[in-house]
Design a protein. Structure first.
Length: 890
RNA sequence: GCGGGAGUGGCGCAAACGGUGGACGCGCCGUUCUUAAAAAACGGCUGUUGUGGGUUCGAAUCCCACCUCCCGCACCA
C-alpha cells in the first residue's frame, strides 16, 4: 500500500478488481438453505443524465446495507435499472429534435459511469430498462392479463388533466389539485381512458398493512390509509316526487336523517337529465364544469359553495317528508353516489350552504355529555337558522326523530340501516376515497397499450403472441396535446386481430408507474423471454428485504406496487401479498441558498454556494456572505432541497474528484440519521476525508509491524491497563456497530469507529516499540475497523485490508464481518454516580458485578457524600446496580 | 380544519428500561511544527434539554396544557 491515501487511485483499482472478479454477481444458492438470501433494493432512478446528491445518498445507504449483509454471509441481491420511460425524453425531442431513445440511452450511459465511479456494488448483469421492448412487452402482457380478469376497463369520464404537460394524471398524481411532477394546477377533462380497478383491492390494501406494520414507517402507512380512506355508512334511496326515479345518497350519519332539509346532487348527476328541468339548472351545471376545467383558484382552496334549486322534490323515506333537490358544486360525482342528504344542523358544509340559500336548519342531535359543546338553539322553533352559530357534528342523542328520538347516535346508525334494509330503501355500505387508476397517457415515450380499434369488433386486445406492440423509432413531436403516436401512420394502421379488416391501434401509452410497479421482480430473472419472470427465481429472492427511497412515493409508487403484487398473487405468479418487508424513507439533501433580489419585484437571483464566500462570527455562526466574482454581499437564505431553481445543487462527480467516492459516501451517511434531511456542507466532507486519511495512515504506519503479529490472543492479565482497555473497546465497538448497522443507524456507527480510532491514538503505542501482545491488540483493533468501514468506504477498506496482509482484499479473501466477544466487551470498572436528593454529589469506582449492598455501603462511606448527609435523616437509598446510587435525606 | 412527526451547545447530532446531559463530527479560539501558509498533532470553547405544570427518590425521556416548526390530507358526505 502507498504511504499516502490516494482515493482516485485505489478507487479505480478496486472498481476494476470487482468488475473483473464479478464480485457482486449473484445467483440463487442451489442447495436450499446454504446461505440466507437478502434482497436490498433502492428505488430505480429516472435517467435524466445526471446523478444528484439525493441519488448518492440513496445508493450509499443501500450499498452500506448490502456490504454489511454480504460480510455477514448473506447471499445479497443488489440490482440496478432505469425508469427510462417518461416525459423529459419527449421534452428533449420537442426542444432539440433528438429522438427519445437516443437521448435516454445516452443518459443511461452517462449515469452508469457515475455509478461506477461511486463504486456501488450492483450486479450489473441484471440491469433492466423500462423503455426496452424486452421489458415493456411484459407491461403489455400484464395489461392483457388484467383485462381478461376484468381488472381493466375503458370509460369516458372527467379526468385530471395537466395543462402544462398536456396529459392525463391519476388521482394520486394530482393530489392536492396540482401535478405531482410540475406543480401546475390540474384541470378536468372528459376523455376516453383505460382504468385499472385498484378499488377492487381497497380492502386488501388496508388489511394487509398489518403484515408490514413492523417494517414500514408509520407515516407512510398513515398516508396510504388516509388515501384509501375507508368510510362506513349507509345508502338511502330518496324517491323523486311524481316520478319513478330514486336518488341514492351515501351518508355516514344516518342518525341525522330527520334533520335532512334538502337533498344535494352533483352537477353531473343523472337525475339532472330529467326533462322538466329549468334552463337555469343546465346553465349552472355548465358553469361548474367550466370553472373546474379552468382550475382557477389556489390549489386546496375551498371554493365558495354554490347551488341551484332543481325544482324537484325528494321524499325522505324515514319521515315521509318532501324536501327540495338542489344541485351544488360541493358534491362530488366521483365519491359515494354523487348525491347527499343535507343535514345543515350537523354538517358544516351543509350548514354553510343552507345559510347561503336560506334553507331551513333542523336540529336532531342533542349532546349527551357536558364535555360536549352546547350550541345555541331555539327550543321552540323548528328552524334553527336564525340562532345556531355553526353545526354540531359530534355524536349524541337523537331528538325530533319520531320513534328514534332518545336513541344514541351509534345505536341509531346501526338500527336505522337495518330498518332501511328490511323496508327496501337502503342498506349499510362501505365506500373508499381511493379511485381506480387511470393509466392512459397522451404520450409517445411509454409502453403502448395493446389494443386495436376495429369498426366491426370494437376494442380488441392484441393477442399475447403478437406482443410486444413496438414503439416506432420516431414521431412528430410538436408538443400539442395529443399522443404523438396518432401521427405515425405505420403504427396506427393495422388489421383487426379478430376479423382481419383494417383497424387502428390505441395511440395512448401507459403511465410510467406501471413500469415501476413490478420491476424488482424482473431483476430476479431479467432475460426471461417467456414470462415476466420465472416463478422459482422470484420465490428465491422476493419479497424485498429492505427497500430504500424517498417519501414522495408514499402514495403513488408504493401503493401501486402493493396493488400489483396482490394482482400477481391472484394470477399465480407470486405466493405472498406484500412485496416489501422493510421500507426506509430517507430525508432530502438540502444545501444553503444565497441570493440577491432580482430586477422584478419579488424575484430572486440565486448563486451557487461554490461561488460564494461565507463570513463567520466569533461563535462560528454564518454572519454574512459575499459573491466571489464581485466581492459584494449576497443574502444568506435558508437550507433548501438542492435544485436548479435555487441554484444550490452540488455535482457528485466534482465531489468525487475532489474528495474521493469513499469520503463523499462517509459524509452522506455520517452527517445525519438517514431519515432526516441531510445538510450538505463541504467542510463536512473535509472531516470525512480527514477521518479516512487518519485510518489509512495508521494502518500504513503499523502494517509492517503487524505482519508477523501473533494470531493467538494473549492472556488479558499480561496486558497493561490501557492496552487491555483498547481490546475491550474494540469488542464493544464491534457490538455497537453491528447493532447500529442492523437498524441502519449509520451516523452513530461511523461515530463509534471514530471513537475507536481516537482510543487507539490515545493508547500511545508505537510500532517500533510494541510488544508481541500489543501488536496483537493493535491488529485486532485495526482489522476490525477496516472491516467495519467496508460498508461505508469499500474501496479504502479493500486497500487497507490488503495492506494488512490479506491478498485479494476483503471480498477476494472471503473476510467476514467481525464478531464481538461478549466477555471482552465488558468494562472492568464502572463509574457509578452518587446522588443526594437527586443531585450529583460524587462518583464511585465499582466493579460491574458489585451488588446493591456493596454499592450502598461504599456510597454511604464516600467522603464527599458524607458531607451532604451528615446531620440528616436518611429516608431511603435507591441503588440501581451498574448505574447509580441515590440517597434521599431529610 | 383533520392526521402524523419534531423541538438538546454557534451548527449537524449522541444519550438501552426514566438513572452521570453532550459521544462523534463541523465551526470557533489557542499552542506546537513552519520564513509564512496549508496540512498535521495537541489543548480549549458552548447548556434553565421550546414554555408552564404534573407523576417520581430521580424526567431530554412518561402525562397534561401551551408555543414554534416540518410533513401529509383537505368540500370524501
Amino acid at each position: 500500500m502507498d504511504e499516502k491515501y490516494f482515493p482516485e487511485k485505489i478507487e479505480e483499482k478496486w472498481q476494476r478488481a470487482w468488475a473483473e472478479s464479478g464480485a457482486f454477481e449473484v445467483e440463487p444458492d442451489s442447495d436450499e438453505g446454504a446461505r440466507p438470501k437478502f434482497y436490498c433494493l433502492e428505488m430505480l432512478p429516472y435517467p435524466s443524465g445526471f446523478l444528484h446528491m439525493g441519488h448518492v445518498r440513496n445508493y450509499a445507504i443501500g450499498d452500506a446495507l448490502s456490504w454489511f449483509k454480504r460480510l455477514q454471509g448473506f447471499n445479497v441481491l443488489h440490482p440496478m435499472g432505469w425508469d427510462s420511460f417518461g416525459q423529459p425524453a419527449e421534452q428533449a425531442a420537442i426542444k432539440r429534435g433528438v429522438m427519445p431513445r437516443e437521448w435516454t440511452e445516452a443518459n443511461i450511459e452517462k449515469m452508469r459511469g457515475q455509478f461506477r465511479r461511486l463504486g456501488v456494488s450492483f450486479d450489473w448483469r441484471r440491469e433492466i430498462a423500462a423503455h426496452t421492448p424486452e421489458y415493456y412487452k411484459w407491461d403489455q402482457w400484464f395489461f392483457l392479463k388484467m383485462l381478461e380478469r376484468g381488472l381493466i376497463y375503458r370509460k369516458n369520464s372527467p379526468v385530471n388533466w395537466c395543462p402544462l404537460e398536456e396529459t392525463v394524471l391519476s388521482n394520486e398524481q394530482s393530489s392536492g389539485g396540482v401535478c405531482w411532477r410540475c406543480g401546475a394546477s390540474v384541470e378536468k377533462r372528459d376523455l376516453e381512458q383505460w382504468f385499472v380497478r385498484t378499488t377492487d383491492y381497497a380492502q386488501a390494501l388496508l388489511d394487509d398493512m398489518k403484515e408490514i406494520e413492523q417494517g414500514w414507517p408509520e407515516r407512510v402507512l398513515t398516508m396510504q390509509r388516509n388515501w384509501i380512506a375507508r368510510s362506513e355508512g349507509a345508502f338511502v334511496d330518496f324517491q323523486i316526487k311524481e316520478s319513478d326515479e330514486r336518488v341514492r345518497v351515501f351518508t355516514t350519519r344516518l342518525d341525522t336523517i330527520y334533520g335532512a332539509t334538502f337533498v344535494c346532487v352533483s352537477t353531473e348527476h343523472p337525475v339532472l337529465e330529467h326533462a322538466l328541468l329549468k334552463e337555469e339548472v343546465r346553465r349552472f351545471a355548465e358553469r361548474v364544469r367550466a370553472s373546474r376545467a379552468a382550475a382557477v383558484g389556489a390549489p386546496g382552496e375551498v371554493e365558495l359553495k354554490e347551488g341551484v334549486n332543481t325544482g324537484l322534490f325528494a321524499v325522505n323515506p324515514f319521515s315521509g317528508e318532501q324536501v327540495p333537490v338542489w344541485a351544488a358544486n360541493y358534491v362530488l360525482m366521483e365519491y359515494g353516489t354523487g348525491a347527499v342528504m343535507a343535514v345543515p344542523a350537523h354538517d358544516e358544509r351543509d350548514f354553510e350552504f343552507a345559510q347561503r340559500y336560506s334553507l331551513p336548519i333542523r336540529r336532531v342531535i342533542e349532546r349527551v355529555s357536558h364535555e360536549q359543546e352546547q350550541i345555541a338553539h331555539d327550543p321552540v322553533s323548528r328552524d334553527q337558522s336564525a340562532v345556531m352559530p355553526h353545526a354540531f357534528t359530534d355524536y349524541g342523542i337523537l331528538v325530533n326523530s319520531d320513534d328514534w328520538s332518545g336513541r344514541l347516535s351509534e345505536d341509531a346508525k346501526r338500527e336505522m340501516a337495518e330498518s332501511a334494509k328490511s323496508k327496501g330503501f337502503g342498506e349499510s355500505a362501505i365506500t373508499y376515497r381511493l379511485r381506480d387508476w387511470g393509466i392512459s397517457r397522451q404520450r409517445f415515450w411509454g409502453a403502448p397499450i395493446p389494443i386495436v380499434y376495429c369498426d366491426g369488433c370494437g376494442a380488441v386486445p392484441v393477442p399475447e403472441d403478437q406482443l410486444p406492440v413496438l414503439l416506432p423509432e420516431r414521431a412528430e413531436f410538436t408538443g400539442a396535446g395529443r399522443s404523438p403516436l396518432a401521427g405515425v401512420a405505420e403504427f396506427v394502421n393495422t388489421t383487426c386481430p379478430k376479423c382481419g379488416k383494417a383497424a387502428r391501434r390505441e395511440t395512448d401509452t401507459m403511465d410510467t408507474f406501471v413500469d415501476s410497479s413490478w420491476y424488482f421482480f424482473r431483476y430476479c430473472d431479467p432475460k426471461n423471454v417467456d414470462a415476466p419472470f420465472d416463478k422459482e427465481a422470484a420465490r428465491y429472492w422476493t419479497p424485498v428485504d429492505q427497500y430504500i427511497g424517498g417519501v414522495e412515493h408514499a402514495v403513488m409508487h408504493l401503493l401501486y406496487t402493493r396493488f400489483w403484487t396482490k394482482m400477481m398473487r391472484d394470477i399465480g405468479l407470486v405466493g405472498f401479498k406484500e412485496p416489501v418487508k422493510r421500507l426506509m424513507t430517507q430525508g432530502m439533501v438540502v444545501a444553503e441558498t444565497f441570493y440577491r433580489d432580482g430586477e422584478d419585484a419579488g424575484s430572486k437571483v440565486y448563486y451557487n454556494p461554490a461561488d460564494v464566500d461565507v463570513v463567520r462570527d466569533e461563535r462560528g455562526r454564518v454572519s454574512s456572505a459575499t459573491l466571489v466574482a464581485d466581492g459584494l454581499p449576497v443574502t444568506v437564505g435558508a437550507f433548501e432541497k438542492m435544485s436548479k431553481s435555487t441554484n444550490n445543487g452540488v455535482d457528485p462527480d466534482e465531489m468525487i474528484q475532489a474528495y474521493g467516492a469513499d469520503a463523499v459516501r462517509i459524509f452522506s451517511l455520517f452527517a445525519a440519521p438517514v431519515e432526516n434531511d441531510l445538510r450538505w456542507q463541504e467542510a463536512g466532507i473535509d472531516g470525512a476525508l480527514r477521518f479516512l486519511r487518519r485510518v489509512y495512515s495508521t494502518v500504513h504506519r503499523w502494517h509492517a509491524a503487524l505482519s508477523d503479529a501473533a494470531r493467538d490472543a494473549p492472556a488479558l492479565e499480561e496486558l497493561a491497563d490501557e492496552v487491555r482497555g483498547l481490546r475491550r473497546m474494540t469488542h464493544r465497538t464491534i457490538r455497537r456497530v453491528t447493532d447500529d448497522l442492523e437498524e441502519m443507524h449509520y451516523n452513530t456507527a461511523i461515530a463509534a469507529l471514530m471513537e475507536l480510532m481516537n482510543a487507539l491514538g490515545d493508547a500511545g503505542l508505537a510500532p517500533e516499540k510494541a510488544s508481541a501482545s500489543e501488536r496483537f491488540v493493535v491488529r485486532e483493533a485495526l482489522e476490525s475497523v477496516v472491516l467495519m468501514l467496508a460498508p461505508f468506504a469499500p474501496h479504502a477498506a479493500e486497500e487497507m485490508w490488503e495492506g494488512l496482509g490479506h491478498a485479494g482484499g476483503i471480498l477476494g479473501s472471503g473476510a467476514r464481518f467481525p464478531r464481538a466477544d461478549e466477555e471482552l466487551a465488558k468494562r472492568e470498572l464502572l463509574e457509578v454516580p452518587v446522588q443526594v436528593n437527586g443531585k450529583l454529589r460524587s462518583r464511585l469506582s465499582a466493579l460491574p458485578e458489585a451488588t446493591e449492598d456493596e454499592l450502598r455501603a461504599s456510597a454511604l462511606a464516600d467522603e464527599k457524600v458524607r458531607g451532604f448527609i451528615e446531620g440528616h435523616e436518611i429516608v431511603k437509598v435507591i441503588v440501581v446496580p451498574r448505574r447509580l446510587v441515590n440517597i434521599v435525606v431529610r
